[in-house]
Design a protein around this ligand. Structure first.
Ligand SMILES: Cc1ncc(COP(=O)(O)O)c(C=O)c1O
Length: 383
């Protein structure tokens, strides 16, 4: 049997990782400013992560959600504190799409409505409801189109108001910072306006922080720059630093009943150990502060290049608008300079997503390699 070939693969076989670097089977070293889709938060092979996961593995990897799991309680408490949402509850899952799926379901349980508002360029995952609120019809099958949803223009409060006025919208879902769509930060006034409209019309406000959360923006959640309190917050990616783990933060206005949600693998002992290690390192190494500083350093340095037409985003989540489609440039960065970066659904945008542990000298190294790649990039970019 062979893998089902749905991924356009780079011809690189990664064998080992440490901090901001990975090595391939030939021992070639790469600077990882992508973290495999923004997953690596505390760096590859962090010693605290390895110890926490290893020692849990030696005790117990899994027992089901039919028994008490004090690691879940500990993780919920720590996330509540570090995120500034101590009164919210945590439901644990295994991936980002699953977190979104459960958030949409909770919204519909709450207000008994079926219509969802999402936004242009948005990405929320590939499971049934998540893919239908994603703005990409190519990845949705007929079976995914089972409820009414509207994809609205970005930052356009009047249109949201219009749609919510009939009091029949179950939820509005938006990313804290759009990731796959090319790094777009929502206007804080827009987020505040949507929050108010949702409260007025009994619509559930869902912030998808799967990519922009866990400190990547320099705040624990990117929406915290807008001073809002969503009803539901979805998380995954950086939450486990590569261990498959996701979660929904749920406002105290939602009442849990037994059997309302459930999963076999969500919140296993091993997953909790990975999640705890990440939160502990973010706290002890002050990674939110580091994300801000390294983001500023990157932005200042990248601003000097005339080929960088625009820098969007914040912290360790930046999008560079280049004067050419970035596909070949990214390939050159990997093959000739040993640097991983990300693409997006906007073909001229390069995504820069280093681990939150990235150092000042690693940022300098990135800038040097980016500069060399630009100088030797052939054909020369045209404006
Ligand atoms: C904002 C956002 N939501 C949801 C998802 C889906 O997460 P997963 O691939 O873990 O299902 C992603 C993945 O890229 C994402 O960026």
């Amino acid at each position: 049997m062979k893998p089902f070939e749905v991924y356009p693969l780079m011809d690189v076989n990664i064998k080992k990782g440490l901090g901001s670097y990975v090595w391939d089977e030939n021992g070639k070293k790469y600077l990882d400013f992508y973290g495999g889709h923004a997953v690596i938060s505390i760096g590859h092979g962090h010693p605290h992560f390895i110890n926490r996961v290893n020692s849990q593995l030696n005790k117990l990897a899994f027992y089901s959600n039919a028994v008490k799991n004090e690691l879940q309680t500990e993780l919920a408490e720590k996330i509540g504190t570090i995120s500034g949402y101590p009164s919210y509850h945590l439901f644990m899952v295994n991936s980002g799409a699953e977190a979104v799926e459960n958030a949409l379901k909770l919204a519909s349980f709450k207000n008994n409505r079926t219509k969802i508002i999402a936004f242009e360029r948005g990405f929320h995952g590939r499971t049934s409801a998540a893919v239908h609120v994603t703005d990409n019809p190519k990845i949705a099958a007929k079976i995914n189109q089972g409820f009414e949803r509207q994809i609205l223009p970005w930052n356009d409060l009047a249109t949201v108001k219009n749609h919510l006025s009939k009091n029949d919208i179950s939820a509005v879902i938006i990313e804290g910072i759009q990731g796959v769509g090319g790094i777009h930060v929502p206007d804080p006034k827009f987020l505040k306006g949507v929050e108010t409209l949702c409260r007025t019309h009994d619509t559930v406000f869902i912030l998808d922080e799967i990519q922009s959360g866990y400190g990547r923006s320099g705040k624990f959640f990117a929406h915290q720059y807008a001073d809002i309190q969503p009803d539901l917050i979805t998380m995954a990616k950086g939450m486990g630093n590569g261990f498959p783990i996701g979660g929904v933060l749920i406002s105290p206005n939602f009442k849990a009943t037994h059997g309302l949600l459930g999963t076999t693998f969500g919140g296993t002992h091993l997953a909790c150990a990975a999640g705890l290690a990440v939160v502990e390192v973010i706290q002890s190494e002050q990674l939110l502060e580091n994300a801000i500083l390294r983001g500023q350093q990157l932005t200042q340095a990248l601003d000097q290049f005339e080929e960088v037409l625009e820098i969007r985003g914040m912290g360790c989540m930046l999008g560079l608008r280049m004067p050419f489609p970035v596909k070949e440039f990214r390939k050159a960065l990997v093959e000739k300079y040993g640097v991983f970066t990300g693409s997006s659904s906007v073909k001229n945008t390069l995504r820069i997503l280093p681990p939150l542990t990235v150092t000042a000298s690693e940022v300098n190294e990135f800038i040097e390699k980016f500069k060399a790649c630009l100088l030797n990039y052939n054909p020369k970019p045209t404006h």
